[in-house]
Ligand binder design. Structure first.
Ligand SMILES: Cc1cc2nc3c(=O)[nH]c(=O)nc-3n(C[C@H](O)[C@H](O)[C@H](O)COP(=O)(O)OP(=O)(O)OC[C@H]3O[C@@H](n4cnc5c(N)ncnc54)[C@H](O)[C@@H]3O)c2cc1C
Ligand code: FES
Ligand code: FES
Length: 1400
């Protein structure tokens, strides 16, 4: 080992002290930190806990290394470099392993295998000491803008894969870990799979996949620009799109190397041009040489952390501490300790104990150590499945399938088999399978005695009860090989396919033997998760099956027995009782067909159309097209420029509010929150809180120096509750302490005594109690509705209701503000994550009693807002300003994800009651509509949201007689608020519901009804505005052509005819979205443009960059105005001391307004420069600027814009609320599994009219992101509140308050084909550079997915002869889909118009 010698020669110190390498930097891990997660350590350790850099000496590793080769150390140099922790590139999105924002890569050397493994983990759940002796690489360890970007970063930035950027480092690290761990280039499928644990709320995922797809091995030609593609001259394959193009990215940065056919895109340092590959971090040599030692460390609160290295040591510790918790991945214990606040005294990390990590196959089966990680188990099963006889590994294959849908990659990389078994969760995905597969568990006690127990007997009735005494641990699992004609299958249905816990899962097995030419059930096992507090066996069904002949009679009778075997009470925790019951039947039915199909040829055949019940999903790689024309105006406008912060975001250098270093003397704040929906406050007791560690102070309403009354439109909220609380989560007070954790602990110790009062917990309750916010009854009308109904003109009149649930914003960056005082406490400054810095300034000045001129709010960028940070961020900053001001100390407040979701409000749920009259040929004559939104406990923006819903309740349809009445309901929920679309989507969804119903009544297609009723040019809308420059017709025609609607209909009908249990559906939906704030005064915008003598330009405007690319578009406008390159324009941040009185960044109109304001400022400066410019022929802009400077020309200008020609008068209910409309239309095709309600979107085609786009790449990103967010709203995301519909949740509480229970779309939900097209040749005469606003309009287009689902359900119901109209609430979750698909199994559980419960 000559190379090792070289290392020794370098005097490499191989120590036994606990160490960790972070990005090549050696760090000694001091004792006392067992309570910290890796994420806490990485992000903020040295600022809050002291600087431990003195312990570290540092390596910078150069060149890659082959760990298995003899020359492993031949090629590197060592350099001493100092680094510091405070690596804020790794983000905290949820703290519960559910979003992937905290993904880092861990490298670990396995001494036994002499191999280094690299894998992605969630740093938020990894205990710090669990990575002792390992190398952690964070996003900062890859590349930086100064050093050059790593190819993964480069590719993501260029492919427009980063919008707000908060999720971006997590995606980069997941992809990086996949590449580092792959011996050969990964497949596209592997890439999609590895991203399942990463959520993005902005992009819609398609560009992320496109960016990473270049690393997949598909066709070599694709990367070499090889001959078979016959590329035109000057064109190569674009790494962004994977298609031939002339962007020349390949030529500059991508390289195909070597004879191993491996594609290695490289990127170059912007400064010195060196290749990135030369900077790849290698595995630290010290860690290769180091022999791991056992650890015995401590943490806060007396926590003890052990890391034994032998089984005996584990047993010894367990003998000493009977209550000691074994941990491996910490994915259960971490959640228990952090979210459920359970405290454990002794933790034993057993991940390095060899006896617990065995994986051996022998003649009887496989022995699996309890600490084996799920990803290792998966790989091992895959291996044996290829090595052993097929019939032996039937169980292994069931596990392989089940593990595919088990959590995300990061969790599977750490979570253990034993951890899952011993948690004994009632929804464990694996436990029903272990039981079904006849697995046995080996248990050992502290004295070394072992025993074996059948999996079936290990799980005991009761919540998390297992056959494990306190002195025992699970040693291993034995999985027997299967016998011939033994069949085992897994089942799982969850809200979302990827990374979601099950609603119901199952493991089912039968063993068939031949008797007298019949196949008879010799043995069986049917176990379900999600139907009881433990994995429940269908014992009567099993008894029934044994000895019976496997035929159709058996199926019918078994289903009857099963229905009585698995019982669920009506109020069972988790709800969805009918759905869960139906799933138990569906799974058995599928199992029967699957086994019968496998026995095909031996016994009777299954009809071909029924095979649709057993075919497993095959998801093709996602493809998509983005079709637009580039209408370049000047140097930059119209060009598909990359988001200006993209490079900072992919490297983790982009800073967000919570990344701001804490100034000295800082405090952390946590809120004291109401636990009651409506109550009188009797007493607030802080006695326990004040003795809590690190506690500094508690502030209540009486302490507020200014006015405690706040509100976005009317002051109807208390900053801190006074006497009464009106929702769970209302702020009662604020605690400040030395750390975030201590502040939270102390806040929980403030005890509030309440007297309960009756609460209103739904729109229906509010209507019944006439509980409305004052002055919120509104009416819009046109024609004479009553006369039309009475006159007999209508051939048919129908009435109905539409209800739709709310939606959580789920911006990846939680609400956060850092506030400090200046000049002895006479000025207040803050950095906030908000869409409305001005609102923060106003609220803070109001509650502190300071003039606004002494309060400054700055926002550099935010990690997503979507309306959730328009008003509902301001009260949080205002609350934190009180302690900051009164104590004269900096205070930071960052909400935990669950608190954020619980208290900051959501998209409004709506109820619409319609009466619509129409002719037999489908023409709508009259509409009478009442709409209600659930405003929550304060008005906030609810009235404006209701009004927009009323404006949009015609969608694009000509309705000669129309009346819309609206009311905002007061309920005892947190105040609901703005969310992309601002009520527009809810109004349009009501319209599309009655359109769809008319179609069913008339037996016509909804698309036909839509076309018949389209508004035309010059139509007068129900609020008086005239339709002008409508592009609806060309857009609809283009869409119809692009999706070939008639052919699609034919194909879908054909598919449905051939498949009994899977149905496809299609729909085409149009929309028009009004652009402008409907409150006239908000349509004003300011900007400040400063030109410097080097020719660069600094722009500041009132809008906030939240991922939507506003700064990029505005900078493009400035660049074109001055005729300079985009790189010469910079936008630093948004600040209330630069541009005053800005409206929130909302209503899609920011590019229009701030673009125009900036243009105004640029034109002023250009006008001042003009006399100088005309005198000389300047060779550059910088030269011209210097000449102007010499002539004392003012090179700074304030620009201003007001949207002209708008205004609405509510006294007459007529006017022109919108400057113009953005039109769009979408086609969707879906496929549903009628037995489980599972669905996927096969195709989505979108056409949108954006005039001449300012930046088509950014606009496409907005469209895709909005569509995916809309898809979440209509089909996935369900908020469950403690209300009449969900009695198992405490009244007024939000159950779905984290990514574990609330499912936003993940990568698996992206349509297989996702095509976006911008309408060509229609410049918009009403906005800057002929462009149109984009942020909100495409959101509603995702309703095409909802109506395609409904279309598919119609086909399913038709099989039962049921052709009547039926309600389908939004979101159309698997529950709603399944129970609407009537069939022989579900008809005994639900009737034809059954409505699953929904919080509205
Ligand atoms: C985001 C996320 C997604 C998830 N998704 C799924 C999912 O899809 N399906 C699913 O089933 N689960 C899921 N889980 C739950 C969890 O990941 C699994 O249960 C996992 O297998 C637990 O393993 P662990 O090593 O992390 O357990 P740990 O948290 O380390 O330990 C869990 C429990 O097991 C005990 N334990 C561990 N080993 C032993 C032993 N040898 N002897 C005795 N006791 C032992 C521990 O003391 C502890 O009580 C998810 C969790 C998270 C956070
Ligand atoms: S922050 Fe770790 S997964 Fe969300
Ligand atoms: S870019 Fe992914 S969450 Fe914003």
């Amino acid at each position: 080992m000559g190379s090792l010698k070289k290392v020794e020669e370098q005097d490499l110190k191989v120590s036994t002290e606990p160490i960790l390498y972070v990005n090549g930097v050696r760090r000694v891990l001091p004792d006392g930190l067992a309570h910290l997660t890796l994420l806490e350590y990485l992000r903020g350790f040295d600022s809050s806990q002291g600087d431990f850099s003195k312990y570290g000496y540092v390596w910078l590793f150069i060149d890659t290394i082959d760990f298995t080769s003899k020359s492993q150390f031949d090629n590197f140099t060592l350099t001493l470099r100092l680094d510091h922790i405070g690596l804020t590139g790794t983000k905290l999105g949820c703290g519960e392993g559910g979003c992937g924002a905290c993904t880092v890569m861990v490298s670990h050397y396995d001494r036994k295998l002499r191999k280094c493994s690299h894998y992605a983990i969630n740093a938020c759940l990894a205990p710090l000491y669990s990575v002792e002796g390992m190398h952690v690489i964070t996003v900062e360890g890859l590349g930086s803008c100064k050093r050059g970007l790593h190819p993964v970063q480069e590719s993501l930035a260029r492919a427009h894969g980063s919008q707000c950027g908060f999720c971006t480092p997590g995606f980069v690290m997941s992809m990086y870990a996949l590449l580092r761990s792959s011996q050969t280039p990964p497949s596209e499928e592997q890439i999609e799979e590895c991203l399942a644990g990463n959520l993005c709320r902005c992009t819609g995922y398609r560009p992320i996949l496109d960016a990473f797809r270049v690393f997949a091995k598909t066709s070599n030609d694709l990367y070499t620009g090889g001959s078979s593609l016959n590329l035109e001259e000057g064109k190569s394959v674009c790494p962004s799109t994977g298609k031939p193009c002339s962007c020349n990215l390949n030529n500059v940065n991508d390289k195909y190397v070597g004879d191993d056919n491996r594609y290695e895109p490289t990127s170059y340092n912007e400064i010195d041009g060196t290749k990135y590959a030369e900077k790849e971090l290698i595995f630290p040599p010290e860690l290769l040489l180091r022999i791991p030692t056992s650890l015995n460390l401590t943490g806060a609160g007396g926590l003890m952390w052990y890391r034994p290295l032998t089984l005996q040591h584990v047993l010894d510790i367990k003998a000493k501490y009977a209550d000691a918790k074994l941990i491996v991945g910490n994915s259960e214990v971490g959640i228990e300790m952090r979210l459920k606040r359970i405290s454990y005294r002794v933790l034993i990390s057993v991940m390095h104990v060899p006896e617990l990590n065995v994986l051996n196959a022998n003649d009887d089966g496989i022995e699996i150590g309890a600490a084996v990680r799920l990803s290792d188990l998966l790989n091992y099963f895959k291996k044996v499945a290829t090595e052993r006889a097929a019939h032996e590994t039937v169980s292994c294959k069931a596990f392989i399938e089940q593990l595919k849908w088990f959590a995300g990659t990061q969790i599977r990389n750490v979570a253990s088999v034993g951890g899952n078994i011993c948690t004994a969760s009632p929804i464990s995905d694996l436990n029903p399978l272990w039981i079904a597969a006849r697995a046995k568990f080996r248990i050992i006690d502290v004295k070394g005695n072992s025993r074996t127990v059948l999996a079936e007997n290990f799980f005991r009735p009761g919540y998390r009860k297992v056959d494990l005494a306190s002195g025992e641990i699970l040693l291993s699992i034995f999985l027997p090989w299967n016998r011939t004609f033994e069949f085992v299958k897994e089942f799982k249905q969850s809200h979302r396919r990827d990374d979601d816990i099950a609603i119901v899962n199952a493991g089912i097995r039968v063993y068939l033997q031949e008797h007298s030419e019949n196949w008879v059930v010799a043995d069986a096992s049917i176990f379900y998760g999600g139907v009881a507090p433990y994995s429940l066996g269908a014992t009567k069904t099993k008894e029934f099956l044994i000895g019976k002949i496997w035929d159709r009679d058996l199926l019918q009778n078994a289903l009857r027995v099963l229905q009585k075997d698995i019982l669920l009470k009506e109020d069972a925790p988790g709800g969805m009782v009918e759905f869960r019951k139906s799933l138990t039947l569906s799974f058995f039915f599928k199992f029967f067909l699957w086994v019968s199909h496998l026995m095909d040829g031996i016994k009777e055949s299954i009809p071909l159309s029924h095979l649709s019940a057993v075919h497993s999903d095959h998801r093709p790689p996602i493809t998509g097209s983005q079709d637009y024309e580039i209408m370049k105006r000047g140097t930059s406008v119209g060009s598909p420029e990359v988001h200006l912060s993209a490079r900072l975001q992919v490297t983790g250098e982009a800073e967000y509010a919570d990344d701001t270093p804490m100034p000295p003397n800082s405090l952390h704040a946590a809120l004291v929150l109401s636990r009651k929906p409506h109550a009188r406050i009797i007493r607030i007791d802080n006695s326990e809180a004040i003795s809590s560690p690190g506690f500094v102070s508690l502030f209540l309403a009486k302490d507020v120096p200014g006015d405690n009354k706040i509100g976005a439109v009317v002051a109807d909220e208390d900053l801190f509750a006074v006497d009464y609380v009106t929702c769970v989560g209302q702020v009662i007070g604020i605690v400040v302490a030395d750390t975030h954790e201590n502040a939270k602990i102390a806040a929980r110790k403030v005890h509030v005594e309440y007297e309960d009062l009756p609460a209103i917990l739904s729109i229906q309750d509010a209507i019944k109690a006439r509980s409305f916010h004052s002055n919120t009854e509104k009416c819009l009308s046109k024609g004479d509705v009553d006369h039309c109904f009475q006159s007999g003109q209508c051939d048919q009149i129908i009435e109905g209701e539409v209800q739709m649930g709310g939606q959580e914003h789920f911006y990846l960056e939680p609400q956060s503000s850092l506030i400090w005082t200046v000049d002895g406490g006479n000025e207040v400054h803050m950095i906030s994550s908000t869409q409305a810095p001005q609102k923060h300034q106003k609220y803070v000045s109001h509650v502190l009693g300071l003039p606004m001129s002494k309060v400054v709010c700055k926002t550099k960028r935010i990690g997503g807002g979507f309306g959730g940070k328009e008003t509902r961020s301001a009260f949080i900053a205002a609350a934190a300003s009180v302690p900051s001001y009164l104590l004269n100390r900096p205070v930071k407040i960052t909400l935990d994800r669950d608190v954020d979701m619980m208290i900051t409000g959501q998209r409004h749920s709506f109820l619409g009651k319609y009466k619509v009259g129409f002719t037999n040929d489908g023409r709508v004559l009259a509409l009478d509509l009442e709409i209600y939104n659930n405003g929550g406990n304060s008005l906030d923006l609810s009235l404006a949201i209701l009004e927009r819903a009323m404006f949009h309740s015609d969608n694009v349809y000509e309705i000669p007689n129309m009346r819309v009445m609206g009311k905002v309901c007061f309920t005892n929920f947190p105040s609901h608020t703005a969310f992309r679309g601002f009520g527009g989507p809810q109004g349009m969804l009501i319209a599309e519901n009655w359109i769809q119903r008319i179609a069913v009544e008339l037996k016509m297609s909804p698309e036909k009804i839509r076309e018949i009723n389209f508004q035309g040019e010059g139509s007068i809308l129900h609020y008086g505005q005239k339709v002008q420059y409508s592009t609806l017709a060309p857009l609809w025609d283009e869409l119809k052509l692009s999706c070939n609607f008639a052919k699609a209909r034919e194909e879908v009908d054909q598919f449905n005819g051939h498949n009994r249990w899977r149905k496809r559906g299609i729909a085409m939906v149009p929309n028009k979205f009004g652009i402008s704030f409907t409150t006239k005064l908000m349509n004003q915008a300011g900007a400040l443009v400063q030109v410097y003598t080097d020719g660069t330009v600094l722009v500041t405007h009132g809008g906030v960059e939240m991922g939507q690319g506003l700064h990029t578009k505005v900078a493009q406008i400035a660049a074109s105005a001055f005729n300079i390159p985009l790189s010469s324009v910079f936008i630093s941040d948004t600040s209330t001391d630069k541009v005053p009185n800005a409206s929130p960044t909302a209503a899609s109109a920011s590019s229009d307004m701030y673009g125009a304001a900036v243009l105004d400022a640029c034109e002023q400066i250009m006008a001042r420069m003009e006399p100088i410019a005309s005198r000389h022929n300047f060779t550059s802009f910088a030269e011209l600027v210097r000449a102007c400077y010499a002539e004392r020309i003012d090179l700074s200008a304030h620009g201003f814009y007001i949207t002209p020609d708008i205004g609405f008068d509510w006294t007459t209910a007529k006017g022109k609320p919108f400057r113009y409309f953005t039109y769009g239309a979408a086609f969707a095709e879906v496929e549903i599994d009628t037995l489980t309600g599972d669905f996927h979107t096969r195709v989505a085609n979108i056409v949108l009219d954006l005039g001449y786009s300012l930046n088509p790449a950014i606009d496409v990103g907005q469209i895709e992101g909005a569509f995916m967010q809309g898809l979440g709203w209509v089909a996935l995301e369900e908020l469950k509140w403690g209300d009449g519909a969900h009695k198992w949740i405490s009244p007024g509480c939000l159950y779905t308050c984290g990514p574990g229970t609330y499912k936003i779309p993940s990568i698996n939900d992206v349509p297989f084909k996702f095509n976006v097209s911008l309408l060509k040749g229609h410049p918009n005469v009403k906005a800057i550079h002929s462009s149109k606003a984009v942020g909100e309009p495409p959101f509603f287009l995702a309703s095409s997915v909802l109506f395609a689902i409904k279309d598919a359900i119609i086909a399913a119901r038709a099989e039962m002869g049921c052709n009547d109209w039926f309600p389908l609430d939004s979101p159309a979750t698997p529950e709603r889909i399944r129970v609407a698909c009537l069939d022989e199994l579900s008809s005994s559980l639900v009737n034809s118009d059954f409505h699953p419960k929904l919080s509205v």
